[in-house]
Design a protein around this ligand. Sequence first.
Ligand SMILES: C[S@@+](CC[C@H](N)C(=O)[O-])C[C@H]1O[C@@H](n2cnc3c(N)ncnc32)[C@H](O)[C@@H]1O
Length: 414
Amino acid sequence: MGEARGTQVEIEVTGIAHGGISVGRLDGRVVFVSDAIPGETVVAEVTDDSKKSFWRADTVRVLQASPHRRDHVWAEASVDRAPEDRAGGAEFGHIDSAHQRELKRQVITDSLQRMAGIDRDVVVEALPGAEDGTGWRTRVRLHVSESGVVGPYAARSHRVIPVESLPLAAAEAQVIAPLSEQFTGADHIDLVVPSVGNPFVLQGSADRKERPKAQRIVERVGDREFRLDVRGFWQVHRDAAQTLTTAVQDAVDENLFDPRAANLDLYGGVGLLAAAVGDRFGNHVRITTVESDPHATDHAAENLAEWVGANAVTGRVEHYLRGVLKDAGAAERDRLTRATVVLDPPRSGAGKQVVDQLAELSPQQLVYVACDPVALSRDLALFAGKGYDLTGLRAFDLFPNTHHVEAVATLVRR
Ligand SMILES: C[S@@+](CC[C@H](N)C(=O)[O-])C[C@H]1O[C@@H](n2cnc3c(N)ncnc32)[C@H](O)[C@@H]1O
């Protein structure tokens, strides 16, 4: 180990791994190759040979191209550049859009199989918008180098890459992006394009004590408006909020839904998915949305204010559930066993503690919105062990030209 780093190897890549990296083998060893496509033969430069069982490498030349290869949608991320100068965040941009979705399908079905023993196929559905998957990001974070240059990080590094374009960004963000300006004192720049009103350029500081001023924006989803802080969480693709609203509404089995049960929207943000449930079943629905960010919960309370049965709680989900398990009386426990629980955790998933707590509460059905298929598969395996079957699964290409994919799973108590 240690001698191969920096050398170039010829390799045939045969599969796709979680994280959007292609996989090949060299002398029996697994090699994870960036910027390739399964089926291709490439010359790749070894970047990490510190492990015995696998290496990492970056494609530097394509010898035999996949029929799915296209010119990268972002010239500044193209394989024509030196790997360290390629802009990060568009690692599938050299693959035609339909094949990106096919690779994401493979990652989902493979992780369900390997981690949860579930054999289930899924279609990764495209969202409205440009066929080449550009122009969708309503939130963009750029970084500022020590010398004040603004740009994205390079793939797998914290090196700021100067760029002249941001093709994945919504057109409004492309117009306001300060790509040729110098910044001093800022650590990062956020571009925010709400669906209502003007876009924002926000400077961010690395100093956590410097709390930015709260600033309210409005996002519209169908006929509904959501208020939130300009720096608060909101779904990034311009059609994501609507897509997930409809997907969650469709994922709930109405025969198992009880409007008077103690329904939950966990990791609720500003109440988007609680509203989805309420808008499907009526404003007499009882639902509690739980979110750790107090600003988001304040907005959730306001966004759901017209709704008598809705309640917004600030707290970590695991703490909230612990409290419920400890304090709920028999009647409330009964309302929980009849409940529908929507959960939309961050990338790391709900995890064992929350799965155990939910299983103990024993709700009727769960709708799990997941942005990481591996974390989802791990949690589905845990839920299966607690008596929950996967009864529905859809997947959406919420992050075109990246390896990320969103899934919506329905789980029903046996
Ligand atoms: C993927 S977002 C989903 C938000 C919302 N469902 C939506 O679609 O707008 C996850 C949310 O969970 C919150 N969060 C992260 N960890 C949490 C935890 N342990 N307990 C409660 N909320 C958490 C984050 O602040 C974020 O708002």
